[in-house]
Design a protein around this ligand. Structure first.
Ligand code: KG4
Ligand code: ZN
Length: 347
């Protein structure tokens, strides 16, 4: 079969990234390079991603990332078959930087452009890492995403449900802030929770009483805030044990909700009659050991293969964009210079 080599560009949130992926049909894809330039330090003083700062940093770094990705892969533009770029959804300034850089490369080289939906990039990653066959189920859980997708084809996604308010990573980050723990909150809360009693505080399990796969995390934050303030009012402050118990209770609530909604998503998915049933989890929150372990047990009980790609490919990166480009290009799709950057772009 034909071998395809694509460069991918990603700049939709707070990471600027470029990567080169090669795939001979029938063989395992190869990540020849994957460069990610983060912006955490730039945004840290502001307690969140500042769009103008993100846009400027992407504009400054995208060319450097492209050069580094080509150099690391040991290929020039002439060795490529196409240029894949995240065309949305995301912060428009960042998406524009990536799309304009990709158009410049396409104009200079004559190579075709392939516009990629960032969420499709995440959703197709388990095929890059583990060769999953369609249809499979994926739970995207990060600071910005929370949804169940049934992936039927490279361009065929069905959203089974998702958060109606915050993403779970945001809730972890907010919890850390409320408890004076460092950012990003997920790892800090998980570390504290290890020494805590998850039964001391019972936090709500939002939307479990309602059918379907939708989730909600904003009420959980409020419950945590109340429990914290009650402790402070009672004794003037939090002990180490209080903090650990709050973290453990919070983490257990997030995990229970995600696991129960995953159970429902699996039921819907199995109605499709997949030949090789599988569920994948991706996004920064997939790093949570307690969540991962619970999802693995759930999957195995339901007879599904459980796949958790390496974290560097679950969080924002450009290898997933190059790979999604390969899948789309193989299916005969490509774009031209009219490719638009889209702040909103539902799958
Ligand atoms: O995918 P990601 O790197 O970036 C986007 O959200 O786009 O995810 C980052 C999120 C943060 O909210 C972070 O607190 C959370 O993932 N996270 C975790 C853990 N590690 C990272 N949440 C829970 N447990 C963890 N161990
Ligand atoms: Zn993402």
């Amino acid at each position: 079969g034909a071998t395809l080599t694509l460069i991918g560009l990603e700049s939709s949130c707070d990471d600027t990234a470029a990567a080169v992926v090669r795939h001979a049909s029938g063989a395992r894809p190869e990540i020849l390079s994957s460069v990610v330039a983060g912006q955490t330090d730039l945004h840290a003083p502001f307690g969140g991603v500042v769009p103008e700062i993100a846009a400027r940093a992407h504009a400054e770094k995208v060319d450097i990332c492209v050069e580094a990705a080509l150099a690391e892969a040991g290929v020039g533009l002439a060795a490529l078959d196409a240029i894949a770029v995240t065309a949305g959804p995301g912060l428009i300034g960042g998406v524009l930087s990536g799309v304009m850089c990709a158009k410049g490369l396409a104009a200079a080289s004559g190579l075709p452009l392939v516009g990629i939906n960032h969420l499709a990039g995440h959703a197709l990653t388990p095929r890059l890492t583990d060769g999953l066959a369609f249809p499979y189920l994926i739970l995207l859980v990060s600071g910005g995403h929370c949804q169940f997708l049934m992936v039927r084809g490279a361009e065929d996604f069905t959203r089974l449900g998702g958060t109606i308010d915050d993403a779970p990573g945001e809730a972890f980050d907010k919890t850390a802030r409320l408890l004076a723990l460092p950012q990003p909150g997920g790892p800090a809360v998980e570390a504290e929770a290890a020494a805590g009693d998850p039964a001391r505080f019972t936090f709500p399990r939002p939307l479990l009483d309602r059918p379907g796969c939708d989730l909600s995390f904003s009420g959980l934050k409020t419950a945590l805030l109340r429990a914290r303030d009650a402790l402070i009012a009672e004794k003037g402050g939090l002990t180490r044990a209080d903090r650990a118990d709050l973290c453990a209770g919070f983490q257990a609530a997030v995990r229970d909700v995600l696991v129960e909604k995953s159970r429902r998503a699996i039921t819907l998915y199995l109605q499709e009659g997949p030949d090789s049933p599988a569920i994948a989890v991706a996004g920064g929150v997939a790093a949570n050991a307690s969540l991962r372990a619970a999802l693995r047990v759930l999957a195995e009980e339901a007879g599904l293969r459980f796949v958790a790609p390496p974290l560097r490919l679950c969080t924002d990166n450009a290898a997933m964009i190059a790979w999604a480009g390969i899948e789309r290009f193989r299916a005969g799709h490509c774009d031209d210079m009219t490719l638009a950057a889209r702040p909103r772009w539902p799958l």
